[in-house]
Design a protein around this ligand. Structure first.
Ligand SMILES: Nc1ncnc2c1ncn2[C@@H]1O[C@H](COP(=O)(O)OP(=O)(O)OP(=O)(O)O)[C@@H](O)[C@H]1O
Length: 526
């Protein structure tokens, strides 16, 4: 077993809620055809059940921005919604709410929005019911679902759909209804007014084959995800200017989330969507599958993130907070500036013991070939984001004030960065889990195999340092996706199955060593 983990929800409560959700019947009372499995013909319009929400149910968060200048899309979502899903959210304390956040809290989707607005920004009740508006009639009444697959993620396919009245193309994400799915939709909905967050057009609750689903229609971003865009030009590093622009836009979205006390927890290039491919591209944050709003002053525990982007506290099962997003932003910046991730398994698996240890210790390098042309300031920003102690990391507000993001002139990189081996590091088989450590220092480059550390001790440079120094590229990011996907499944919150390799048929170095030590493990011919 690769990981053990605890959920930060009460598992019994979660299961109870999941059961309730799955067993609840469709409000229309009639079994509905699954448009994603069979035909896409809408057939006869089913009578929608209009649920009249109570006044509490109608209280929802939105943004001031949303109320000030609702886009047609947002207005349509608010006005056309027929009912709301409810999630409790504790707002009893003012402590963590910055004035900006408080300004953003408003009530939308109300039967009487104006009246609700006039009541002020904060309700008298300490526990609010937070809602998002959704339709209960069949999505196929409004949209034609295409067989075109826009993307494939952990939670399934993202399909193309076309609005029937306008013919406009959108992306459709189908989620099996669950507490986690509702949280994803809820938190996405809360923040979707931001220009750097993928906009939600419509949300449906439909039942197919007795399975209740949430269907999210979101704007279609023609440029696809940033990883695909980056790889389509052979992962050639972006300039600092371009990376600064991407981080400025995505950082804006992250700042918006963090100010609302929401952690995204899955920031990665695949979840940054691009409006196009040109210079005026708008970058948007999507996929709130792991987003979470922790209770006040309570740190989160459930594992999330993709191994490449996972900070030490996530892998180490320590409690963590929004600062895990800052680590992931550091990893994303690093990849865009050089073309490979700062932490990876030397054998191309998703998360080897060696990789885990390097993450835990914050051991990575800025190899000369790609990094000498990057400014010291930018490398320092990355160092400050990839600090192993979450409280030492840059906050989003600090990151947004750096010259890279503000666009102030930065001194181009020319200083030589050298990797220095950490005492105790040794060359060894990577999967076995002996770890290389190195820290970046501004120094002359010493001989490749001998580096003197700060106390004058001669250290052997481990294989991985040479690997990086020789300019050997890490495996292409997509090529190890299957392993990454499996590791993600294991790490992800709410996942209840752990992938265990079959000891009678699996064959790799680690197994071979363990077989040699533990005779009880069946031997196989590798
Ligand atoms: N609105 C959109 N416009 C264009 N492409 C999209 C859109 N939404 C998603 N995609 C594509 O589909 C892929 C998967 O989407 P998404 O991340 O939402 O799914 P997921 O199942 O939650 O994935 P994961 O959890 O693995 O990140 C994205 O990486 C992107 O390539």
């Amino acid at each position: 077993m690769m990981f053990e983990y605890e959920e930060d929800e009460d598992p019994m409560e979660l299961q109870k809620q999941e059961e309730l959700t799955h067993h609840s019947t469709d409000h229309s009372g009639s079994p509905q055809e699954n448009p994603f499995r069979f035909s896409y013909d809408t057939g006869k319009r089913a009578a929608s059940m209009f649920v009249t929400p109570s006044s509490e149910d109608l209280i929802a968060y939105g943004t001031k921005h949303l109320l000030d200048s609702p886009t047609a899309v947002q207005r349509s979502l608010v006005l056309n919604a027929t009912t709301s899903l409810n999630i409790d959210c504790d707002l009893s304390s003012d402590e963590d709410l910055s004035p900006t956040t408080q300004r953003k809290i408003c009530f939308c989707a109300s039967q009487n929005p104006i009246e609700t607005q006039e009541q002020g920004l904060r309700p008298a009740k300490s526990t609010l019911t937070v809602s998002f508006p959704y339709h209960q009639h069949q999505i196929t009444e409004d949209y034609t679902i295409s067989a075109e697959i826009i993307g494939i993620g952990e939670s399934g396919k993202v399909m193309a759909c076309y609005k029937k009245d306008s013919g406009e193309k959108f992306a459709l994400k189908v989620l099996r209804d669950s507490v986690k799915a509702r949280r994803e939709v809820e938190l996405h909905w809360l923040t979707n007014a931001h220009e750097n967050v993928v906009s939600i057009l419509d949300i449906y609750e439909n039942t197919f084959d007795n399975v209740k689903c949430l269907l999210m229609v979101v704007e279609f971003l023609e440029g696809g995800d940033l990883l695909s865009q980056f790889e389509s030009q052979d992962s050639i590093p972006y300039t600092e200017k371009k990376v600064g622009e991407i981080i400025r836009q995505i950082g804006n979205a992250v700042m918006y989330l963090h100010d609302m006390n929401i952690a995204h927890r899955d920031i990665k290039l695949e979840n940054i969507l691009c409006s196009g491919t040109g210079d005026n591209c708008i970058y948007k944050l999507g996929d709130y599958g792991f987003a979470k709003r922790p209770e006040r002053n309570v740190l989160m525990e459930s594992p999330c993130c993709t191994p490449f982007y996972a900070p030490p506290e996530v892998l180490g099962r320590e409690r963590y907070d929004k600062s895990c997003d800052m680590w992931s932003l550091g990893v994303a910046m690093y990849i865009l500036l050089c073309g490979y991730p700062p932490f990876y398994s030397m054998k191309g698996v998703a998360l080897s013991p060696g990789m885990r240890s390097r993450i835990a210790n914050g051991y990575y390098a800025f190899p000369h070939e790609e990094w000498d042309c990057v400014s010291k300031d930018t490398k320092d920003d990355i160092r400050c984001l990839l600090r192993t102690n979450p409280s030492d990391r840059l906050t989003i507000h600090e990151l947004m004030a750096t010259p890279l993001v503000t666009g102030e002139p930065i001194i181009p990189g020319k200083q030589v960065t050298t990797a220095i081996a950490i005492p105790g590091a040794e060359e060894s088989d990577m999967e076995g889990g002996v770890f290389e450590g190195f820290i970046a220092e501004e120094e002359e480059i010493p001989e490749i195999n001998e580096i003197t550390d700060t106390v004058g001790e001669i250290l052997t440079v481990p294989k991985s340092v040479r690997f990086l120094r020789d300019g050997v590229k890490a495996p292409r990011l997509h090529s190890i996706q299957e392993e990454v996907g499996r590791a993600m499944e294991i790490m992800r919150m709410g996942h209840d199955q752990v992938y265990v390799k079959n000891p009678t048929s699996s064959c790799n170095n680690l197994f071979a060593r363990r077989r040699a030590i533990h005779l009880s493990i069946p031997r196989v011919h590798c």
